[in-house]
Each structure stands twice: as structure tokens, then as C-alpha cells.
Design a protein around this ligand. Structure first.
Ligand code: EPS
Length: 391
């Protein structure tokens, strides 16, 4: 997908079992407090969750800041982050051997043929979800800026197989919601649903199988008008869709009511516009739009859901072939997770935060955080004036 000249972007490098993951974030203004506790907490949450495999006992992901930060603040230069891999063994052919029996559902087969090889190793090393540690760091850094502007982003597990949590985060109750989520081994804010999800994962492990599910992210405090209706690729929902589907193993994405809009008439889909309190913008009676209309934020919480497929590395294997001989054999087994949905909900929280930070940079520009804050306030004043909301 072609994106507009982003004012904020990031790139990552590194293999699952290479020496380190590298992340470069370009376009943050100067003066953003870099809070290692926010970034390292996200990295830690991403490593957790019931259903993870042995790798997470080896790694302890901590961001090392190696560019663009001075005295705890961004300088306006590209920010470089390094996350070392403890389980580094890419060039050790005994411990990291070639993979000839591709796993259905993984990048293995398409990647091997794409690169005209019968060894899936190079493809799977980069396709691995280990790379999401990099994206978590980039998104958590973006959250450091968002927080200074009163924007909070929260991700959690909504459902796993047939088990669904009904809890809804609210701006006022966010602290309690986050505490409930963090008390759960599956990043689900409901105790009963958490226990049932854990049971489903446990059973999958017994069955040598894997499970996915649905993660959900809410963004509170976005100013109205982030994103744009002007081109398809400037629409915030299009960009969130790309960011979420860009997470390894995600196969579906919804905004607000999502696919539910197809099942209702317009009178039950569109969120009524009501007069605001004195001096406030018009209010909305519901949030089926998930906070986005015409590709722009509308002042309601942004609500995005993503469906993660079950991990494609099954202990019991799946039908495959040996790429050297064409012989029908079971797929190769690599040490893996039974369920990485709780971790994926953390990744989704960060990639959504990053897209929100991008559209915010595009709307308000500025070379320092103070300038961004001033622009934001200036726009709000102007819009209120035009709507006759000022005294
Ligand atoms: C992954 C397989 C496992 C996961 C890995 C993603 O790695 P390994 O084969 O080294 O045990 O643990 O995820 C991470 C390392 C991580 O940090 O998230 C895969 O096949 O995608």
C-alpha cells in the first residue's frame, strides 16, 4: 500500500535468531520525554501470556537507546533502538539447521520458492514474530508522545475460540480496566473469561495444537480530524487496517461495528449527532463508527479489532512435502508458542498507537513537542470559533 510522505515512520531489521533487533524511528519532534518504563513495560508484556513457548524464558527484552535521545528526551533526530537477542545462533548450522518441510500457514513455502531455494530458514527467520519486539518498541515510543497530548491507547484480548469477554474500556475507568487486564495471564480484563481462555490454551497444548483469537484496541483523547478524506491512502482506517494486517498471523481487521454494518439498516448503524454541552463540540449517541468517519477521527474513541490465526507451528505437524524430494511428509517443528494472542494484543496496541502518532504529526507538524501542543490548541480554538462555541 502506498502511504503518503509520512512525517513519522519506522523501519526494523534483524532475524529471530540473529544478534539483535534494530529499530529506527524518524520524524518525532524534539522534546518528547522518552520513558523507558513505558517502552520496557510494553516489551515485557509482549513477552508474556499463557501459551508462550520456551523462547521467552531465554529473552529479556529491554530497549537500548542508541540514537536520537539526549538527557531523556528526543532530539528531533532519528531515534535508534537496539534489542539484543540472547538466543543468537543464526550461523550455527547445527542449532539452526536448514528447514526443508514448510509449515502450512507460515511464510515458509512461498518464501522458499520466491527466493528460489529449498531451505525455508532465511524466510522464517525474518518472517518470525520475534520482529514484533521492534515494532512494540517503536509504538511504545510513539505512545510517549501521545501521552503528552492526552491520548491513551489500550489493547486487550477480546475473544479466543468460543470464549468472549464483554468488558468495554472507558476513558474514566481506564486505570481499573488496565489493572484487570494486567492481572490476567491472557491480557483479558474479565476473570471468568480469562480462566476459560487459559483452559482452551491448555487443551490445545495437550492436543499438540495451536489457537488464535481476537485482539482489540481503543484510543481515547484523539483530537477531531486526524487522518484525511482526500485520498484513499490518507484515510486513517485504511492505515490502521494496513498496520494491523501487517502484524504476523493477523488475517482480519474491523473498525467499530466492522462486519456488523452489513447486517443492519443505516438507522441502526450511524451514530446520531447531538448538541454538545455549552461550549463543547456536538456529541454522539453511540460509537458504531469506531471513532472514524470519512477516514478521520470524529472525537469518539477509536476502536479497532484484529483476528489472529492460530500459530502455524504445530507440535503434531501438518501435511507437507520435503522440498528436496517432493516426498509427502509432516511439516518441520520449530520450538514455538501454543498461543501468542496476548502478546499480539500488545503488538496491536503499539502499531495502532504509531498510526495515530503519524496522523497527528501530519496534521499538526512542528519541530518540538511544545510547537505540536501549541498547534493543537490553536486548531481547537479556531474550530470552536467557527462553530460559535466560544464566548
Ligand atoms: C516464532 C517462534 C518462536 C517464538 C517467536 C516467534 O521462536 P523460537 O522458534 O525461537 O522459539 O517464541 O517469538 C519470539 C521469539 C518473540 O520474541 O516473540 C515464530 O515462528 O514466529
Amino acid at each position: 500500500m502506498m502511504l503518503p510522505m509520512a512525517t513519522l515512520r519506522y523501519t526494523t531489521a534483524g532475524e529471530s535468531h540473529g544478534p539483535q533487533l534494530t529499530t529506527i524511528v524518524e520524524g518525532l519532534p524534539a522534546g518528547v520525554p522518552v520513558r523507558p518504563e513505558i517502552v520496557d513495560e510494553a516489551l515485557k508484556r509482549r513477552q508474556g501470556g499463557y501459551g508462550r513457548g520456551g523462547r521467552q524464558r531465554i529473552e529479556t527484552d529491554i530497549a537500548e537507546w542508541v540514537g536520537g535521545v539526549r538527557l531523556g528526551q528526543t532530539t528531533g533526530a532519528p531515534v535508534a533502538i537496539r534489542i539484543p537477542n540472547r538466543d543468537s545462533r543464526l550461523d550455527d548450522l547445527e542449532r539452526t539447521p536448514p528447514v526443508h518441510r514448510p509449515r502450512p500457514g507460515h511464510a515458509d513455502l512461498a518464501g522458499a520458492i520466491k527466493t528460489a531455494s529449498n531451505d525455508c530458514r532465511e524466510t522464517l527467520e525474518r518472517a518470525s514474530a520475534r520482529e514484533t519486539a521492534s515494532r512494540t518498541a517503536a509504538g511504545a515510543l510513539a505512545r510517549c508522545m501521545l501521552r503528552e497530548l492526552g491520548i491513551e491507547v489500550v489493547g486487550f484480548v477480546r475473544s479466543l475460540l468460543d470464549v468472549r469477554a464483554d468488558a468495554e474500556p472507558t476513558a474514566a475507568g481506564l486505570k481499573d480496566f488496565v489493572a484487570a487486564r494486567d492481572a490476567s495471564d491472557v491480557a483479558c480484563p474479565e476473570e471468568q473469561a480469562s480462566a476459560e481462555m487459559i483452559e482452551r490454551i491448555r487443551q490445545a497444548k495437550v492436543d499438540k495444537d495451536t489457537v488464535g483469537g481476537v485482539a482489540e484496541v481503543h484510543v481515547f483523547g484523539c483530537p477531531i480530524g486526524l487522518g484525511s478524506f482526500a485520498q484513499w491512502h490518507t484515510r486513517l482506517d485504511a492505515r490502521l487496517g494496513a498496520a494491523v494486517l501487517g502484524i504476523q498471523a493477523f488475517k482480519g481487521v474491523e473498525v467499530g461495528l466492522g462486519f456488523g454494518v452489513a447486517e443492519r439498516p443505516g438507522s441502526q448503524v450511524h451514530d446520531p449527532i447531538l448538541p454538545g454541552e455549552k461550549g463543547a463540540y456536538p456529541q454522539r449517541a453511540s460509537n458504531n463508527a469506531g471513532g472514524i468517519e470519512g477516514g478521520m477521527t470524529n472525537g469518539q474513541p477509536v476502536v479497532v479489532r484484529g483476528a489472529m490465526k492460530p500459530i502455524s507451528t504445530l507440535l503434531r505437524g501438518l501435511p507437507s512435502v520435503d522440498l528436496r524430494t517432493g516426498e509427502a511428509l509432516s511439516s518441520d517443528y520449530e520450538r514455538s508458542d501454543v498461543c501468542a494472542l496476548p502478546a499480539a494484543s500488545v503488538v496491536m496496541e503499539q502499531v495502532v498507537a504509531f498510526e495515530i502518532a503519524c496522523v497527528l504529526r501530519e496534521k499538526f507538524g512542528g519541530d518540538s513537542l511544545e510547537e505540536v501542543q501549541a498547534q493543537l490548541a490553536c486548531h481547537d480554538r479556531l474550530a470552536r470559533q467557527k462553530l460559535g462555541l466560544t464566548d
